[in-house]
Ligand binder design. Sequence first.
Ligand code: AMP
Length: 535
Amino acid sequence: MMQLGAMQDWKLRVTHLIDHAAREHATREIVSRWADGSESRTNWAAIRHDAMRMAQKLRRIGIAPGERVATLAMNHHRHLVTWYGAVGVGAVLHTINPRLFEDQLDYIVNHAEDRVLLFDKAFAPLVERMKPRWPSIETYICFDSNEPAEHFEEWIAGEDGLGEWADGDERDPCMLCYTSGTTGNPKGVLYEHRSTVLHAMTGMIPGVFGMDARTVMMPIVPMFHAAAWGLPWSGAAAGARFVYSAVNDPAVLSELIERERVNTSAGVPTVWLSLLQHYDKTGTDIPASLKTVVCGGSAMPRAMIERLMKSGIRVAHAWGMTETSPIGTTGAETWNWDNLSFDEQISVKAMQGRVPFGVEVRCVDLGDPEQVLPRDGITAGALQVRGPWIIKRYFKAEADATDPNQWFDTGDVGVIHPDGTLQLTDRTKDVIKSGGEWISSVELENAAIGFPGVAEAAAIGIAHPRWDERPLLIVVKKTDAEVCEDALRAFLGERVAKWWLPDAVAFVDQIPHTATGKISKKDLREQFRDYRWDA
Ligand code: AMP
């Protein structure tokens, strides 16, 4: 029989990350700015000590490996402690998105069977309302107050921090995140120790977050969204300095970036939009310390990329999902980057980038998933992905619910260019089918928001007796702006194919969003259910 190789047994468990951080980057600071304006400073050694105390406490109250410990909190160092404390006892950390609807909150806590909930005082009213619907939760702990539940620091105060991490298999689960899902109930993604460590190592490479010991990272992505893009794990491995803010007010964020000399940040485009608006309004500019901005979660508008790049910032426009841990593609530069003009560079960054090692992508025909499409930069298809940190099946789903070849259907539509660059064009459910051809709702929207006076735009397909579907463009105007429909159509006519032009434009006061801030096409379709072209 073939023998195994002869290297050491060092399991890929996430507790190694915090041990490494405490040993090699002990004094590297973790700064937290709380909602009330107060600040705390701690470091990786203290984070490990507190996480161990929390693991000891969890063990003392009877939390067994594999059970779920939940959080309902914004970004701060105690939340970080909780990540390592929960996995340290072998439990599964479940980060809950407080922006979910109450029915969804009800569903996921019961589905996860959470036993402990640690929450910010800001969410106390929500917790009080939900308590009767969350019978599995026995212990409530408050991160920043001693009411309505015991204060986190008091809760762990009796422990000495001298215990041992729980041991187990590297394929044990360590974290659970639910996708917001625009249809049906939210679905849980159960990450493993091994997948998380591999993902954390990838997070450090230069084409991804590029974190090292000189990194001063402000993670604006909330710790409850898509595993916080793995930053709490990668940051420990890299020994990065973290600057957290529990509020997303642009004035607070920009003051922190400047004062703490933040050089790297990660967040969704809407956050950058509000930061850039803040700089415009105050006549100030992006602090010179900021060198890298990682942005994803939805498409980065071209104008935003241009503005950031003009300020000398390296933009990494990334694509990922809760189901992909979430690193999928990243804004890594191509080999010919330095030979491109500034304009060409912006065009490259406006796409979703390329995969790092460990992720495979392909597009298949929208009508025939057996047919793998060429990487020609033209043919759009359903995006599939696979790799060691990509979901195999949803939490508690039947084992056979997956493709035997493990290609995960992302629900996104895109084209892959010959150099491997992914360009997303839509979601499979949102793409508009007209006369047997596909119209990208996203491209229509992106073009429309370039028109002066348009604050937000969404395109949906409306049934058409002759063409199957035709696009309706729904527009929110900027405050006090006038938008002429004919001028908008003429503007779009220069940017998209003639047959893509929306048959009508509907002006509305607001467009519905999901809990993660994305346009809710499902709600829009519902809102325009009775719309008729002959109307
Ligand atoms: P979530 O799991 O909530 O993070 O949502 C994942 C979905 O967000 C993906 O399937 C995409 O539809 C969308 N998304 C993520 N990153 C991007 C991006 N850079 N551009 C466009 N859409 C994105």
